[in-house]
Design a protein around this ligand. Structure first.
Ligand code: ZN
Length: 281
């Protein structure tokens, strides 16, 4: 018996450079020039790189090359041991929203924060995150800046993000209402048995799609991400799921790789990103 026909894949979304990928070699203005040279039409800068080069200079360069700013990375880190530290984190997030508006970003990516120092109470950390998101939404909503909640792989629950599955992120979006969506990063979600269901559930809430690969073995939990095609993630399968859910945006390549890709010629890195985007994603 013939197997049922597969759902045809929609055309691949364009490639964007998350500038973490070349942070070992280039500042943000150099990354913008690099995108222009390699025909990459989208960019997602990080706040520290933006601050180092200056918001007006960066905005001018991005505009001059006609790049789409798919996101600003990142806000978040909401959790804290006391009210003062949480208030200061919230203030910093309001500034991040303003910076995202200043460079015309399509969303602000949020990595929500892990356990507060000295705490073992993950439930309390998650409650803090929901409270802070509710407050940040007031400021973000006023400026019209969508917030993109990025669930992180559970290995980061202690130190980076206590939102660890797309289901959790979707639940938060349901609770918080308009103005907030999710960023789907294959590195963080590929292992999840509920992935297909939760991507379909996220639907139009998907604000970003981040690509890289999971190497076997992975030698550093943060800084050993792989190039698309070098690892075990079914990137194309996940891309087809996010598109079927209604996402029609960019594929943001985000490779933090201290010992490999950050040490290579950055033009070679971009060339390979462009090629793997076509052949693997
Ligand atoms: Zn990401």
């Amino acid at each position: 018996m013939a197997s049922p026909p597969e759902r045809p894949a929609r055309p691949l979304g364009p490639l964007a450079l998350n500038t973490a990928t070349t942070r070992g070699q280039w500042n943000l203005l150099q990354a913008i020039e690099g995108c222009a040279r390699h025909g990459i039409t989208g960019i997602a800068p990080w706040r520290d790189q933006l601050a180092a080069c200056g918001v007006p200079e960066v905005a001018r360069a991005i505009h001059g090359h006609g790049l789409t700013v798919t996101a600003l990375c990142r806000g978040g880190m909401f959790t804290g041991a006391d009210a003062a530290s949480r208030a200061s984190a919230l203030d910093d997030n309001r500034r991040a929203v303003d910076e995202a508006l200043a460079i015309g970003a399509q969303c602000l990516v949020l990595v929500v924060g892990g356990l507060p120092p000295g705490s073992k109470d993950l439930g309390e950390a998650r409650k803090q995150v929901e409270d802070s998101l509710g407050e940040l939404l007031v400021h973000a909503g006023a400026g019209g800046m969508p917030l993109a909640l990025e669930p992180l792989h559970p290995m980061y629950a202690a130190d980076r993000a206590c939102v660890n599955t797309l289901q959790q992120a979707n639940d938060l979006c349901d609770a918080l209402g308009a103005g907030i969506g999710v960023a789907v990063d294959v590195y963080h979600v590929w292992w999840d048995p509920q992935l297909a269901r939760e991507i379909a559930r996220a639907g139009k809430r998907i604000l970003g799609f981040h690509i890289c690969d999971w190497l076997v073995p992975t030698t550093d939990l943060l800084l050993d991400r792989g190039m698309m095609g070098d690892g075990v993630i079914d990137i194309r399968g996940i891309r087809i799921l996010v598109q079927a859910a209604g996402y029609a945006g960019f594929c943001d390549v985000e490779i933090m790789s201290a010992e490999n890709w950050w040490k290579r010629d950055p033009d070679e890195v971009l060339r390979i990103c462009v090629q793997r985007h076509r052949t693997v994603v």
